[in-house]
Write a protein of this length. Structure first.
Length: 459
């Protein structure tokens, strides 16, 4: 991967204890001519360019550099800054003239005490906060990063609360949760900065959930999936480093999440061992689980057909009537992990417990003495829909005695077909010779079988 970062200065007005960048005295600042040369090179193969430092705003030519990049019409210009110089709104207004510009900045704490202790610069929190508010006020795109390490990780929830209380969800394009690259100052101060990722990961879930529940777009960078709880995997997607700075170890080759992983900081492995990283085994997919369940239902099971419809999501609720000689476990075999409730010798099973409960309550009401015909029709109609009937069939569902069995028998061929050499009738009572609902259901049933790769005999 070719580089897209350009450091335009090595000067900085902070002195962050966790900074991964060498101090200025180790190298000279690049000239404007060299910076333009780097810009031309990067934009010859990329539409994305990142300006960093040091602190870029300390380069007196920053606006000139951004304008030069703007003339090249890149799709994304990212500026990594501590925002302290953006305390001055007049300077921020100059940034609004640059197209496709995104500001990336990092916060370390929810108050000056914590933030300024990490930047080792009194007043940095106050200036950063004002700078961010100026960016928001002037409608610039902002990516806010929260860098967590040993000095502030226990305050993560307070940082999340601070952001929720002081900013709107639309103020930031995204909030990124990160751990530090342990080089330069961060490595030098590893005793107070470095912490095992497995420990750091323990405090992530609750604050991230708070941010997400309040509408913020959250991503996690540089946390391998194996140290995160499974609920956070979908947010772990970012890499901020050049190739070679983040790596896989030998164990990673067997991991099912390798292609989605943001790798491990190489600098982290210089300090900590590899023991906490372990490959994640491939889990049985939903399709595989569904197939396993379907294939395990015995053909002689009197509820075979109903169980099949339920597992194919064609019934909201499955009602099983347990035999006297049948154990509870036998009655719900292969369906144990669904939600269920009991009434007399009936078992109501659903993915949604409220629907199972509703079917149970409706059945109880229908068994009440002196129930009037209107209520009976209403409750039966609701049950019909829960059991997978379309509205027109559910309407007829209560009127079992009023239906014409001879007519139904004549039209039953519409609902009949074969699957695995077993004759099936759809759970329908066709209203007419060409019932569109029956055709649609039959087509849906077959497509679901086909999607699962199950054999289908249409003879």
């Amino acid at each position: 991967m070719k580089r897209i970062f350009i450091p335009i200065t090595y000067d900085c007005n902070d002195n962050c204890i966790s900074c991964p960048v060498p101090r200025k005295q180790t190298r000279e600042n690049p000239s404007l001519k060299d910076i333009k040369k780097d810009v031309d090179e990067i934009l010859s193969y990329s539409h994305h360019i990142i300006i960093n430092g040091g602190e870029p705003s300390l380069n007196k030519n920053l606006i000139k550099i951004l304008k030069y990049i703007d003339t090249k019409k890149p799709k994304i210009i990212e500026l990594l800054t501590n925002c302290e110089f953006l305390y001055y709104e007049t300077y921020v207004k100059k940034l609004t003239k640059i197209k496709n510009l995104k500001i990336i900045t990092t916060i370390y704490g929810h108050n000056p005490k914590i933030h300024d202790a990490i930047t080792r610069t009194p007043g940095s929190f106050k200036h950063k906060l004002k700078g961010i508010k100026n960016l928001v006020k002037n409608n610039l795109h902002i990516e806010l990063r929260i860098l967590l390490h040993k000095m502030n990780y226990q305050n993560f929830e307070e940082i999340a609360d601070f952001l929720i209380n002081n900013f709107n969800k639309n103020d930031f394009e995204k909030i990124v949760i990160m751990n530090p690259k342990l080089t330069a100052e961060a490595k030098k101060n590893k005793q107070v900065v470095a912490i095992k990722l497995i420990e750091l990961s323990k405090i992530l879930e609750k604050p991230i959930k708070k941010l997400i529940d309040n509408g913020y777009n959250v991503e996690i960078y540089h946390f391998p999936h194996c140290v995160l709880s499974e609920t956070l995997w979908k947010y772990s997607k970012g890499v901020t480093a050049d190739e070679g700075e983040v790596i896989f170890i030998e164990k990673c080759e067997k991991c099912s999440k390798k292609n989605a992983c943001s790798k491990i900081w190489k600098s982290y492995l210089d300090i900590f061992s590899m023991e906490e990283f372990n490959p994640i085994k491939e889990k049985e997919s939903d399709v595989e689980k569904k197939l396993k369940r379907i294939n395990s239902i015995h053909y002689e099971d009197k509820f075979y057909q109903d169980k099949l419809y339920f597992l194919l999501d064609l019934k909201h609720v499955l009602r099983i009537q347990k035999n006297k000689n049948e154990t509870f476990a036998e009655a719900i075999k292969e369906l144990e992990d669904f939600k269920y409730c009991l009434y007399e010798n009936y078992i109501f099973i659903s993915k949604n417990f409220k629907k199972a409960q509703l079917a149970k309550e409706l059945t109880k009401k229908l068994n009440m003495k002196n129930i009037n015909p209107e209520e009976s029709a209403k409750f039966n109609f609701q049950l019909g829909e829960l059991y997978g009937y379309p509205p027109c069939c559910a309407e007829n569902f209560p009127n079992i005695n009023a239906r014409n069995p001879i007519k139904e028998k004549e039209m039953s061929h519409q609902t009949e077909f074969k699957y695995e050499n077993r004759k099936f009738h759809l759970p329908y009572y066709p209203c007419s010779e060409n019932c569109e609902k029956t055709k649609k259901f039959k087509s849906l049933f077959k497509s679901k079988l086909k999607n699962l790769g199950l054999f289908q005999d249409e003879n």
